[in-house]
Write a protein that binds this ligand. Structure first.
Ligand code: AMP
Ligand code: GLY
Length: 410
């Protein structure tokens, strides 16, 4: 099988590693990838959809895996399918589950899928009504893609008003949501639009600092599996995953690909915080290394609509990933700082924001890399990851020291 992965982050590096372990991969490319991924896999610059299609036709690519939401939201999966290519990613219309929070919330409301109560705000006076109905803290969200940074939690009417203005000023619609209390966990559904199977649970650590403090980020670390979430799996599959896939079929947008379900486990059971149309980053960096089933087999089942026949298996070990970010992230951050990595940990490093220079790899993004380690228990995976982290360094690097400490589980 010849595979092209679209994307340039740690998730795509994890996808490439996972594909490379499949027995039947003859060629594997990442477009555009990054200078760190390029140390291990061929990276190609393809600047537009036409170039991607031409590349796939010339190289006889059997499968395109689109990692990030942005190209999906711009219609890449549709264009590739129209060119008769096999694609793992939902259509642009199905991806509205992520790209339009308004669409996702309305669909959940119509199908009684458990989620936070919400208001779609189009005027200031609706905000007052939302404040009264939903109380405080109040969650305000941009209606479109915001790279994990479009959520503001307001604790009083003044904060709500300025949050509304800040989000509305970005030109997007705004959603006000009831604040959910509980603990968060992510689950992934592998689906051909009709059948689905779910992965191990993963836990992201979205806030910048230890003990879940500081600003929200794209994710500072993760681990999988999360045994505490297992008692909820059946309920999540029957009350959330099955109805959302059915609803998408009913409106003529079958969802084919990987569906990310961000959940809050509340005292009333699991509720949806968000859907994403792709693997999570950094969740992919801990879920994919646990796969026992080959990723190529999973992808074939998705594109051939045979997910019901897929034998999805995971290792019984635990994977833990710690993200190293640039000083200043998630705000303005430094770039061009040399990165030092000891050879013996290179196979555990997945690269995101890096570039090549005469001095070797340098930082070129907020989240620079992540280190993923496996252990027979969570404590062991943690121990190994933080030991190995001592062998990775760049000036000003920032990381959380409490990944996997489970202080955030109630
Ligand atoms: P989202 O972009 O919707 O995933 O939101 C980002 C983060 O904001 C989530 O991972 C939660 O930590 C937090 N969040 C979002 N919605 C809610 C909610 N309704 N109640 C509490 N926290 C939320
Ligand atoms: N880790 C959160 C996300 O990928 O959206």
């Amino acid at each position: 099988m010849k595979v092209l992965i679209i994307g340039s982050g740690g998730r795509e590096h994890a996808l490439a590693r996972s594909f490379a372990q499949s027995g039947n991969i003859s060629e594997l490319y990442v477009a555009p990838g990054n200078a760190g991924i390029a140390l291990q896999f061929p990276c190609v610059e393809l600047f537009c959809t036409e170039q991607i299609i031409a590349f796939c036709q010339n190289r006889q690519i059997d499968l395109v895996f689109i990692g990030p939401e942005k190209p999906i939201s711009e219609g890449l999966s549709d264009a590739l399918r129209a060119a008769s290519l096999n694609v793992v990613a939902p259509s642009m219309a199905a991806a509205r589950l992520e790209t339009s929070k308004g669409f996702a919330k309305e669909l959940m409301l119509c199908h009684r899928i458990p989620t936070a109560k919400y208001y779609k705000l189009s005027k200031d006076d609706e905000l007052n009504q939302a404040c009264q109905e939903l109380g405080f803290p109040l969650v305000l969200k941009a209606d479109g893609l915001a790279a994990g940074k479009g959520v503001i939690i307001a604790s009083n009417p003044e904060e709500a008003s300025s949050a509304y203005l800040a989000l509305a000023n970005n030109g997007q619609g705004v959603i006000a949501e009831e604040y959910l209390t509980g603990w968060e966990v992510s689950l992934f559904a592998i689906t051909d639009g009709v059948s689905f199977q779910t992965t191990v649970f993963a836990q992201d650590h979205k806030q910048l600092c230890d003990h879940d403090t500081g600003p929200n980020t794209g994710g500072m670390g993760a681990y999988a599996p999360v045994p505490e979430a297992e008692p909820y799996r059946r309920e999540i599959e029957t009350r959330i995953v099955a109805p959302v896939l059915q609803a998408m079929r009913d409106i003529g947008c079958p969802y084919q690909g990987i569906l990310y379900i961000g959940l809050m486990i509340t005292k009333d059971g699991p509720k949806v915080v968000e859907f994403n149309c792709r693997w999570g980053d950094p969740e992919a960096q801990v879920v994919l290394p646990l796969l026992e089933t080959e990723l190529s087999e999973i992808c074939s089942a998705i594109v051939n609509c045979e997910v019901d026949k897929l034998k999805l298996r995971f290792k019984t070990t635990t994977a833990l990933a710690v993200v190293l970010a640039s000083a200043g992230y998630p705000f303005e951050y430094q770039q061009g700082t040399p990165i030092h990595i000891a050879n013996q940990v290179m196979d555990k490093v997945l690269f995101s924001g890096v570039a090549a220079s005469e001095k070797g790899l340098v930082t070129a993004g907020g989240r620079v890399l992540c280190l993923t380690c496996l252990g027979s228990t969570l404590a062991e995976a943690r121990e190994i990851a933080y030991q190995n982290l001592k062998l990775v360094h760049f000036e000003g690097h920032k990381y959380r020291k409490d990944i996997g400490l489970r202080t955030n589980l109630i």
